[in-house]
Write a protein that binds this ligand. Structure first.
Ligand SMILES: NC(=O)c1ccc[n+]([C@@H]2O[C@H](COP(=O)([O-])OP(=O)(O)OC[C@H]3O[C@@H](n4cnc5c(N)ncnc54)[C@H](OP(=O)(O)O)[C@@H]3O)[C@@H](O)[C@H]2O)c1
Length: 248
């Protein structure tokens, strides 16, 4: 799919990987809707960066785990730009906790943001893509869906669910020329990773355990997302961007 002139929504694009994806789409000439939940100022700054690239965008506050707020995000997009061609579901959280100590609320929140978020957004975006006769949906999953670890049962399960959702939806939407793919990052240097590993030094140490000897950059994930959007013969794929982390 040609990205230039298209309308893209990126959930969780106020920071981290989502921000890099939003900027990469803007670089290619798409108008981009920046979704945030808590980081309004950061989202506004991403919008400024997008506009500086000669394309347009808006910021929309929405908790994507909530069905009606996800609907609002898509409605605002269509109000501003008339339609939607590209949907990237990147919003996410992370937590390490043994199941025995995990509250129902913690389990529920994790599943809702990642998996319900994918459903809530796709559900409202698809009718517009069907009308357009084309569309690209990208989910951001994780290497942890493929190579789980202890103390992240909720995260691993949510991301594995996102992958199964992606593949089933790819089959369902192929007749409409709407492609659905997933990016599965390994450790990528964002706020999320710095929180887990206690800052820059900890992130560097984590990188040493990756076969390529370092953690990834958000821009490297964004580049892979662009490939999945642009290549018209890729659907139902899960593209690992993990420096080989899932192999060890
Ligand atoms: N970094 C990694 O190593 C890594 C590895 C594998 C997979 N991933 C996945 O990549 C995605 C992005 O991660 P990241 O590292 O970029 O994280 P991050 O730096 O912590 O950014 C998270 C983003 O998600 C948004 N968000 C969180 N909850 C939300 C909600 N309920 N509704 C809407 N937006 C919400 C945040 O927005 P606000 O700040 O505005 O609330 C922020 O923009 C996640 O799905 C994560 O699981 C990351």
């Amino acid at each position: 799919m040609e990205v230039k002139g298209k309308v893209a929504v990126v959930s969780g694009s106020s920071r981290g990987i989502g921000k890099a994806i939003a900027l990469a789409l803007a670089n290619e000439g798409a108008n981009v809707v920046i979704n945030y939940y808590r980081s309004r100022e950061k989202a506004e700054r991403v919008l400024e960066e997008i506009r500086s690239r000669g394309v347009d965008g808006i910021t929309v506050k929405a908790d994507v785990s909530d069905y009606s707020q996800a609907s609002y995000l898509i409605e605002e997009t269509v109000k501003a730009f008339g339609t939607i061609h590209i949907l990237v579901h990147c919003a996410g959280i992370y937590q390490k906790k043994p199941l025995i100590d995990m509250s129902f609320e913690e389990w529920d929140r994790m599943i809702k943001i990642h998996l319900y978020g994918a459903y809530n957004l796709a559900k409202h975006a698809i009718p517009h893509m069907v009308k357009n006769g084309e569309g690209a949906i990208i989910t951001v999953s994780s290497q942890r869906a493929i190579r789980p670890a202890a103390n992240i049962t909720h995260y691993a399960a949510a991301k594995a669910g996102v992958i199964a959702f992606t593949k089933a939806l790819a089959l369902e939407l192929a007749p409409y020329n709407i492609r659905v793919n997933s990016i599965a990052p390994g450790p990528i240097d964002t706020d999320l990773l710095r929180e887990i590993y206690g800052g820059e030094e900890g992130v560097k140490e984590r990188g040493k355990k990756v076969p390529l000897g370092r953690v990834g950059k958000p821009e490297e994930v964004a580049e892979a997302v662009l490939t999945l959007i642009k290549n018209d013969f890729i659907t139902g794929a899960v593209l690992l961007v993990d420096g080989g982390a899932s192999l060890v």
